[in-house]
Design a protein around this ligand. Structure first.
Ligand SMILES: NC(=O)c1ccc[n+]([C@@H]2O[C@H](COP(=O)([O-])OP(=O)(O)OC[C@H]3O[C@@H](n4cnc5c(N)ncnc54)[C@H](O)[C@@H]3O)[C@@H](O)[C@H]2O)c1
Length: 363
């Protein structure tokens, strides 16, 4: 199958290509030879991804002469902390890595966020390539240059906007991804369909089973449509000051739910429920019809995602957690709401009582 290339344009020649398809990884050696011939390489990954894909990447890199160092950490969100950055940077210094180093971020969103942030600060910045291995990272986190780590006070509180040199999305990585992780990525993919792209919405409706069965051409279309949407939004608003907020559909309430569960619920599950709350509020404000709300809920349900608030969660807890969100402005609840099929807008100062009513309607 042919590879697909999406170009993300940015000022000052910082744009890059997103290369998508089965065996896209095979394009990596040529990209390195053409752009980073004399660089040393460091693969940053987690232990799970390293165990599964070490031989694979070693074989791909065997065609070029660059010296390769592998560094890994425990899989999971708990590694996304500043001490991991310090440990990795120290290991790189000890291995003699200078500014002439290219970082390869091989893994899911946790690896991409850590390796990207490390690249932005190591010796005042070195280039990096995103090689996402989860669906969430393929459709969302590997594109757009948001990098960072968590603090005990909350997620992603330290970080930088730092763009990769390219993103290589090899859909074959998904063959080993556990089904529940795949589902979490589907929620982020559905976000583009519900909030930004009516034709992707239709595609989803027609292909739910094909998507779940990992049909190659269907996955290719799904991932490239998401990346295309994300690339357009990021090109227009790299630093998240305007239209990039639209990518937060489902995330305001979603983050509240995720935080009040002590991060035990999957991010995608929480975003799915958050999108249902946003759809309910949109109906209450006469921005979409009940039929359009039902279409969103049905799609999420068919994808196997939740669309009601789990037992034991009160609107009080969720609202309290929402108030800790770093994206909140003063005392306002800023939310992305729906105003049509595949259409959304940012509404500032959503009435808290409406949010409570919507949460209660879904409880
Ligand atoms: N930077 C951004 O724009 C952005 C956007 C959305 C989310 N994020 C971040 O992404 C993170 C979540 O990413 P995630 O869901 O990919 O989680 P993750 O990186 O923790 O990966 C999930 C699990 O899947 C394993 N795994 C990865 N690829 C695999 C494969 N191909 N086969 C088998 N197992 C595999 C990992 O080892 C891990 O255990 C969060 O920290 C979130 O904040 C960042």
């Amino acid at each position: 199958m042919d590879l697909k290339t999406i170009s993300l344009s940015l000022p000052h020649d910082r744009g890059y290509d997103i290369i998508i398809g089965e065996d896209a990884l095979l394009s990596l050696p040529d990209f390195i030879s053409s752009n980073f011939k004399d660089y040393r390489l460091v693969v940053i990954t987690d232990n799970t991804v390293k165990r599964i894909f070490y031989d694979n990447l070693i074989a791909v890199l065997s065609t070029i002469d660059n010296n390769v160092l592998w560094l890994s950490f425990n899989a999971g969100e708990a590694s996304k902390k500043i001490s991991t950055i310090e440990t990795l940077a120290s290991q790189m210094v000890e291995a003699g890595l200078t500014r002439q180093t290219l970082v390869l971020a091989l893994g899911g969103g946790v690896v991409g966020d850590i390796a990207g942030f490390l690249s932005s600060v190591y010796m005042r910045s070195v280039p990096f390539i995103q090689i996402p291995t989860t669906l969430l990272a393929m459709v969302d986190s590997s594109v757009g240059g948001k990098t960072g780590v968590d603090l005990p006070q909350g997620k992603n509180l330290i970080g930088a906007f730092y763009q990769p040199s390219t993103v290589i999305i090899d859909t074959l990585f998904l063959e080993t991804l556990p089904v529940d992780q795949f589902q979490q990525g589907l929620a982020e993919a559905a976000k583009y369909a519900i909030g930004l792209d009516a034709s992707l919405f239709d595609f989803f409706i027609d292909n739910v089973e094909n998507i779940k069965n990992l049909e190659p051409d269907i996955l290719m279309h799904l991932i490239s449509s998401c990346c295309d949407n994300k690339a357009k939004v990021v090109s227009g608003d790299e630093h998240d000051r305007g239209m990039r907020h639209l990518l937060n559909l489902g995330h305001t309430v979603g983050h509240g739910l995720e935080a009040s569960s002590g991060y035990k619920f999957g991010h995608g599950d929480c975003v799915s429920i958050g999108m249902c709350v946003a759809a309910r509020i949109s109906v209450m404000l006469n921005m979409i019809s009940e039929k359009e709300e039902a279409n969103c809920n049905d799609l999420l349900k068919r994808l196997g995602l939740p669309n009601s608030i789990p037992k034991g969660f009160s609107s009080d807890n969720i609202i309290k957690a929402m108030k800790h969100d770093k994206k909140r402005l003063a005392d306002q609840h800023i939310m992305v709401l729906l105003n049509g099929r595949g259409k959304s807008c940012v509404i500032k100062d959503v009435d808290e009582n409406l949010i409570i009513k919507a949460i209660e309607a879904l409880s």
